[in-house]
Structures are given as structure tokens and as C-alpha cells.
Ligand binder design. Structure first.
Ligand SMILES: Nc1nc2c(ncn2[C@@H]2O[C@H](COP(=O)(O)OP(=O)(O)OP(=O)(O)O)[C@@H](O)[C@H]2O)c(=O)[nH]1
Ligand SMILES: [Mg+2]
Length: 201
């Protein structure tokens, strides 16, 4: 459950970007950070290894205004996608309210996407959360690579591999150019806030 402060009338909403290593999670947050710079009062926090891999998480907080008199504070996180950091991913998922699963559209990453989604389901289960009941949006990232003739998974293949059972909203995107990054974020925020709204008095 999101953190609700009844005294100060604040609702903290935690959204986690999850997905395979090098899929583009950090790049999503970097784009959002650059677009919403004036609304984001604090700095984006990134803990990276050399080579730009996320070591622990990225963190980007901002306010989106009031609902039912509550100040809504959005906190975006990314997990480290590298296989060896599963304990960290599980930790970052603690208290999560909504998830964006960033899949890599490159054909060579097909198996990695599937395994990562499976690990998401398992890691949520350790927090007693059911992936089928979570606010969740899929993002098929790196569509821009089409122009460089890099073999990509078709959107149909991605839907079949990842979304045939979940049936959640999905966006084809390019975190690098920013295409569909903001719509992805808006969709998960609205789904997440909606799921939390009934808890507000
Ligand atoms: N062409 C292209 N490259 C992208 C896109 N999104 C990310 N990249 C590149 O892919 C690489 C990995 O991106 P990151 O955002 O660091 O990936 P990540 O998911 O945070 O990776 P981990 O932190 O290891 O889990 C970087 O070189 C990015 O510039 C995209 O939409 N198109
Ligand atoms: Mg990262």
C-alpha cells in the first residue's frame, strides 16, 4: 500500500521501472527528468557502475498536484537489470504501487524479456503481490532501431510473448528519442493513482 500521511494529507506513490539489463529503464527516467525539469524540484539520483549500468536504483520524485485534497507525490524507481542483482530488484520492489515493464525490442533479447517478466512475477510474490492484480504497463522499447536494420521483435511477437495472459496496456517506444515515454508514464500513474484512490478519505 502506498504511504498515506493523513496529517499532512500526502500520498506517496511508488512506480518501479522493471526489465532486462540494458533495456532502457534508466534512459526512460533520464528523458522524463529532462522534460519535467522545472516541475522536479530535486535532483535525479542514479547509482551507476562504470559503463552506465545501474548498480542499485535510479530515483526520481515529483509532485503532480492534488486529488481529494491530498498532495500526490510520485516516486519513479528503476531496478538494476543485470541477472546477478536479483536481491536488489526484490528490495526495490518493496512497497511498489505500479510497474512499467520495459522490454527490449531487439530480437536477440527475446529470451531475456521473458525471463525478466517471470522474475518480476516471482519477486512480487515474495512481497505477497500478484502480478495480475498490480497496475502494470508494458513498454516495447528501442523501436527506433528499425531504421538501422537491426532485427527487432514485431509488436505481435512481443504481445504474444509478454502480454497474452496479462492483457495490460502496452506502448511501443524509444526511450532514446523520447517517443511514447511520457504516455507510458502517464498511463501507469493514472492506473496506479486510480487503484489507490479508494484508500483516500
Ligand atoms: N537505440 C536505442 N537505444 C536505447 C534506447 N533506450 C536505451 N537505449 C540504450 O541502451 C543502453 C542501455 O540503456 P539503459 O537505460 O542504461 O538500460 P537499463 O535498462 O537501465 O540497464 P540496467 O541498468 O543495466 O538494467 C544505453 O546505451 C542506452 O542509450 C532506445 O529506445 N533506442
Ligand atoms: Mg539502469
Amino acid at each position: 500500500m502506498a504511504f498515506i500521511n493523513l496529517k499532512t494529507k500526502e500520498l506517496q506513490v511508488k512506480v518501479v521501472y522493471y526489465g532486462p539489463g540494458r533495456g532502457g529503464k534508466t534512459t526512460n527516467l533520464e528523458f522524463i527528468n529532462s522534460k519535467f525539469r522545472e516541475r522536479i524540484k530535486s535532483e535525479m539520483v542514479s547509482i551507476k557502475t562504470h559503463g552506465d549500468r545501474t548498480l542499485f536504483f535510479d530515483f526520481l520524485p515529483f509532485d503532480i498536484g492534488k486529488i481529494k485534497g491530498y498532495d500526490i507525490r510520485i516516486q519513479l524507481y528503476t531496478v538494476p537489470g543485470q541477472v546477478k542483482y536479483n536481491a536488489t530488484r526484490r528490495l526495490v520492489l518493496n512497497g511498489v504501487d505500479g510497474i512499467v515493464f520495459v522490454a527490449d525490442s531487439m530480437m536477440v533479447r527475446r529470451e531475456k524479456n521473458i525471463l525478466s517478466l517471470k522474475s518480476l512475477q516471482e519477486n512480487l510474490a515474495t512481497h505477497n503481490k500478484d502480478i495480475f492484480k498490480m497496475p502494470l504497463v508494458l513498454q516495447y522499447n528501442k523501436r527506433d532501431l528499425q531504421e538501422q536494420n537491426i532485427p527487432l521483435l514485431s509488436e505481435n511477437m512481443l504481445e504474444n510473448d509478454l502480454n497474452s495472459r496479462l492483457k495490460v496496456p502496452s506502448f511501443s517506444a524509444s526511450a532514446l528519442s523520447g517517443e511514447n515515454v511520457i504516455p507510458t508514464m502517464k498511463r501507469i500513474i493514472s492506473a496506479t493513482v486510480k487503484s489507490l484512490q479508494h484508500g483516500l478519505k
